[in-house]
Design a protein around this ligand. Structure first.
Ligand code: PMT
Length: 403
């Protein structure tokens, strides 16, 4: 799991029926290693008790400024100054207005005014309110000042109406927090990274294709880890059932030929390419425009032709750090080393796809990192942790480390 490593999150909760969802957000952030300080507005405390937040964060929950001020008169200064990120979730029309105008009438707005940390704003309100020019004006002002707007999403609202106004999903908000923290503190900030994921699908006819078992999990983990370290990430992905990672530019492709074009395009201005996709080495020579019918013949042959070697083609970018994977069922390291040499790569992630807990579809992986210097065998770990270790190597190559 991604670790927030003690980062200070100041969570402002305003008076919305969605306030209860902020408890789950605070809980998840705490479980991810953040120190979460929660401020409830007066209206929020009508919807949800401070005890709920204190129970999950194990920290005091702050209410209105006068109550807090009695014990700690400078609490707004301290909370604002110590925060690594400020999160307003849910943000009502009223809180958006106060934040936009700098109306220091509640402890959260006061603390925001005392802070230089990035602000993530997650509105929740009825669709009519959200669309009102006054609200939109405040949102624009906040965005112009650098705030990151997350949501609101379309769905069923408290009024029973369906429209735009629902608080963004918890994991989307957490993705946004990781994104802004990466930009602020990440070692790959200002780095452009291209990642590929998933198994390409090579059509036979309109309803059938040739593919493989890749779920995309490994590539998505690399994209998320690079995003968490501040990189500007483009994820070229074959079809998967995974949610889009927040803050990552998605390029959806289906076939190896489409992936090749997308990768070449994305690499024009990139610093690193990490190819976790399982690209089909072959595609049907002919694609039938109509469904191939069951015939009388005992067998049906499909002629396959070579797909381009995408990684090899990226050698035209001389300054690009290029990382390939090697999905192997035998001779893991020697095959990986051959791929490293033949494609002139910086690093090959050798993946024994027959090992328990490794390879296709799993949440964990077991790999050997192979480069010109030697081999490093990693223990079984989550795909996110593997991604982090790969990015350590990429960061070192980018700093001018040996190939
Ligand atoms: O997606 P998951 O379910 O999480 O599974 C992860 C994974 C097993 C797919 C992943 O860890 C992995 O090993 N990906 C590479 C799979 C693969 O295609 O390996 P390969 O040995 O066939 O290819 C070697 C490298 O060349 C790969 O980086 C591949 O992206 C690239 N390639 C392959 C063929 C081709 N025509 N062009 C390429 O660039």
């Amino acid at each position: 799991m991604y670790n927030l490593g003690g980062r200070r999150v100041l969570l402002g909760v305003a008076g919305s029926v969605a306030a209860y969802k902020a408890v789950d957000l605070a809980s998840q952030l705490t479980q991810m290693g953040a120190q979460v300080d929660v401020i409830l507005t007066k209206a929020a405390s009508r919807f949800i008790s401070p005890l709920s937040f204190t129970s999950v964060t194990r920290r005091p929950t702050y209410l209105d400024m006068f109550q807090a001020s009695l014990a700690e008169p400078e609490v707004h200064v301290q909370l604002g100054r110590e925060a690594d990120v400020l999160v307003a979730a849910p943000a009502t029309a009223s809180l958006l207005a106060r934040l936009s105008l700098g109306l220091a009438q509640d402890l959260f707005t006061l603390s925001v005014l005392c802070s230089s940390a990035p602000l993530v704003v997650c509105p929740a309100m009825d669709a009519n309110m959200w669309e009102h020019p006054a609200v939109q004006g405040h949102v624009r002002t906040l965005q112009e000042r650098g705030a990151l707007l997350v949501g609101p999403e379309v769905g069923r609202l408290a009024s029973g109406r369906v429209g735009v106004g629902r608080l963004a999903e918890r994991d989307t908000i957490i993705g946004a927090i990781r994104y802004v923290l990466g930009k602020r503190y990440g070692d790959l900030a200002a780095t452009r990274v291209v990642v590929t994921a998933g198994g390409t699908q090579e059509p036979i006819d309109p309803i059938r294709y040739v593919s493989n078992y890749s779920s995309g999990k490994m590539g998505y983990a690399v994209a998320e880890a690079a995003r968490d370290r501040g990189a500007q990430v483009t994820l070229v992905t074959a079809p998967t059932s995974l949610p889009d990672p927040y803050g990552v530019t998605m390029v959806r492709v289906r076939t190896a030929l489409e992936m090749r074009d997308a990768v070449i395009q994305a690499c024009q201005h990139a610093h690193a390419l990490i190819m976790a996709a399982a690209v089909a080495d072959y595609r049907p020579a002919q694609v039938s425009s109509t469904k191939i019918k069951r015939g009388k013949a005992e067998a049906l042959s499909i002629t396959l032709v070579h797909n381009p070697d995408i990684l090899a083609e990226t050698h035209v970018f001389p300054h690009l750090v290029r990382v390939g994977f090697a999905a192997e069922t035998e001779d893991l390291v020697s095959n990986a080393r051959r791929k490293l040499r033949e494609r002139s790569l910086h690093l090959v992630v050798a993946n024994d796809v027959t090992a328990p807990g490794a390879g296709f579809g799993t949440d964990t992986n077991k790999v050997v990192l192979v480069d010109a210097q030697g081999e490093e065998e990693l223990p079984l770990m989550t795909k996110y942790e593997v991604a982090w270790r790969i990015l350590d190597r990429v960061a070192s190559f980018l700093r001018g480390g040996q190939r």
